[in-house]
Write a protein of this length. Structure first.
Length: 272
């Protein structure tokens, strides 16, 4: 991973300041399980420096694709503007968004209000309707999972979970029925930010041309995983999400949920 001091030495390339940047102008931000983020205070404004993790490639993250998608969605006000990318995509600088992370406002994820739930689901639906002329390959669950399996095996070739790989990879290979579209693929509550202009969606590194129900499934799974509520409450929230979005194909929905649970469990195993 890049050293922060080396990043700050690049200040003449950014076009954001006319003076060298000092350590006092940078503050480490908490959160984030993959990359390092810092708040950068300059005379021209407030920014975020994101230094890419060393395991970016191992996790199957394509920074070139992420950059193209980020530039598109920021132009549509889904997220903040990108200001600078290093030539090797080792670090990025984007506008800092003043706001409050949604996950930090809820003691229990199931306490999410109907109005907020509606807002977030409708934001995802609006994203799924964005016309795209980017050259994006289709997201393949098995291919994405393969990256995580490789990391797991490299850490522990004797991991008992590896015995399940052949069967699981075949079972998870087919997407749910329906058209693909632009998806975020990690719309967990920690990636939503309250701002003066409304909700913003952060961290687009897993975004791609994918099935819209995968976004809904990842969103629902995060609420479920961060809730102590009983089955009845969670089922009610699930039904609200499906109703707000207008999901009719429950077979496709169940498949999407299983696939997102599969990816999530592998990702956490690979990161542990």
């Amino acid at each position: 991973m890049l050293n922060l001091s080396d990043v700050l030495d690049d200040w003449p390339l950014w076009g954001l300041t006319t003076k060298p940047v000092t350590a006092e102008q940078v503050k480490r931000l908490s959160g984030g399980l993959t990359n390092q983020c810092f708040q950068l205070s300059l005379e021209s404004g407030e920014y975020i420096i994101r230094i890419s993790a060393e395991n970016t490639q191992a996790l199957g993250i394509n920074r070139h694709v992420e950059k193209s998608i980020h530039q598109l969605v920021s132009s549509l006000q889904f997220t903040s503007s990108l200001r600078y990318c290093s030539d090797d995509d080792g670090y990025w600088i984007r506008d800092f968004i003043s706001g409050e992370v949604v996950s930090e406002t809820l003691q229990d994820a199931s306490a999410i209000s109907d109005s907020l739930l509606t807002y977030m689901v409708e934001q995802l639906k609006a994203l799924h309707q964005v016309p795209i002329d980017l050259s994006l390959a289709e997201v393949n669950i098995s291919q994405t999972a393969e990256s995580y399996w490789d990391v797991i095996e490299s850490k522990n070739p004797e991991d008992e979970l590896l015995k399940m790989k052949p069967l699981m990879q075949v079972a998870m290979s087919e997407p749910p029925a329906g058209e693909l579209c632009l998806c975020h693929l990690d719309p967990v509550l920690a990636n939503w930010l309250y701002t003066a202009e409304g909700l913003q969606l952060l961290d687009w590194e897993y975004a791609g041309f994918a099935h819209p129900l995968w976004d809904l499934a990842a969103f629902f799974q995060d609420i479920k995983d961060n809730s102590k509520a009983g089955t009845k409450v969670i089922t009610n929230l699930e039904n609200k999400i499906l109703s707000i979005y207008g999901v009719q194909d429950l077979v496709a929905w169940r498949r999407a949920k299983v696939q997102m649970e599969y990816l999530s469990s592998l990702w956490h195993r690979a990161q542990s």
